[in-house]
Design a protein around this ligand. Sequence first.
Ligand code: ATP
Ligand code: LTN
Length: 328
Amino acid sequence: MKRMVSGIKPTGQLHLGSYLGALKHFVEYQNEYDMYIFVANLHCITVYQKPEELKKNLIDCIALYIACGLDPKRTTIFLQSDVKEHAQLGWIMNCNTYLGELNRMTQFKDKQAKGEQGLTGGIYTYPSLMSADILLYDADYVPVGDDQKQHVELCRDVAMRFNNRYGDTFIVPEPLIAKVGARIMSLNDPTKKMSKSDNNDKGCIYLLDDLKKVRKKIMSAKTDDVAKVQYDPINQPGIANLMQIASAFTNESFDELTAKFDGKGYGDFKKYVADIVCAELEVIQSRYHDIVDSGMINTILENGAIKATAIAKAKLDEVQRKIGIEVK
Ligand code: ATP
Ligand code: LTN
C-alpha cells in the first residue's frame, strides 16, 4: 500500500479552503493509502500564538479531522510535537538545505515583500521542518493545496541530494494536488487565497461558522457585471471561485454548472452554492460537537503518536547513522 503524509496548521479555525484543498481529499484517500495526518503545531508557532487559543485550536482541529470523515482506525492521526523526531530531523534537513533554496520560497518572499514585521527564523526555515515531516515516513505522496507545491518540490530536491550524498535513505515524494478546489479564493477578494490569516472575516468561511453567517458570506460574495455563470477566472474570478466550490462539493463539471444556470441570475447560483455548503457543514458541525463531548481525542492522539513514532524513530536512527553523528 502506498503511503501519504500531510499536515494542517492549527492557526485559527479550519476553513473551506483547507477543507476543499486538503481535508476532503484525505478522507477519500484513506481507503486506498496508508495515511499519516498530523496537526502541524510546530509549524504554527512560527507566528506567535496565544497559548490558550492555540490549545483550543489544536483540539478543534483534531475534532474537525474526525468530523470531516477521517477515521482513526484507518488513518494515523497525531500531533507533530508528540513525535520528537520531527524537530530532530528538521534540524538535519536544515543543515542539508541551502540558503538560496529557502530564499526562493514564494511564501516567505511574499511576507517579506509585504514588509511584515517580526518575521521569525522559524518562518524562514519552515520548509526544512516540512521536509522532515514528509521524509520521516517514507511517504510516496503528499496531498496538499496548490500553495504548498513549492515546499514539497524543495523536499524532493533535498531528499535526492541526501540520497546522493549518503546513499539511498529517503523515498522522493510527489505532491498530490486536486484538480478542483486546490486554490479556493477569498469571497470578498477573489484574487487572494481564502486564508485564516486574512484580516477580513467576510472572505473566509470557517467550518464552525454559524450557518446563517455562512449563507450571508456566500450571498454577498464579490462577483462582476457579466451576468453569466461561466468559468472565466481572469474576467470573472468571483464566479469562477464559486464554481470551484460548487464543483468540489458536487463533482459537477463547470460546463454542467453553466448549463444549469443558463438564463438565471447570480442570486440563484449563489443560493445553490450556499445550500450545498450549508448542508455539508451542518453534518460536520453536528459530528464535531459529538466528538468534543465524547472525550475520545486524547486516546486518538496517544495511539497516533505511538504508531507514528515507531516509523519516525527507525528512519531518524538510520539517518543519524548515515551522516556519522553517532558513535555506536
Ligand atoms: P492559511 O493561509 O489559512 O493560514 P495555510 O495554507 O497557511 O492556511 P493550513 O491551514 O495548514 O495552512 O493548510 C492546510 C492545507 O490546506 C494545505 O495543504 C494547504 O495547501 C490547503 N489550503 C489552505 N488554504 C487553501 C485554499 N484557500 N484553497 C485550497 N487549499 C488550501
Ligand atoms: N506547510 C503546510 C503545513 C504542513 C505540511 C507538512 C503539509 C506542515 N508540514 C507536511 C504537508 C506535509 C501549510 O502551511 N499548510
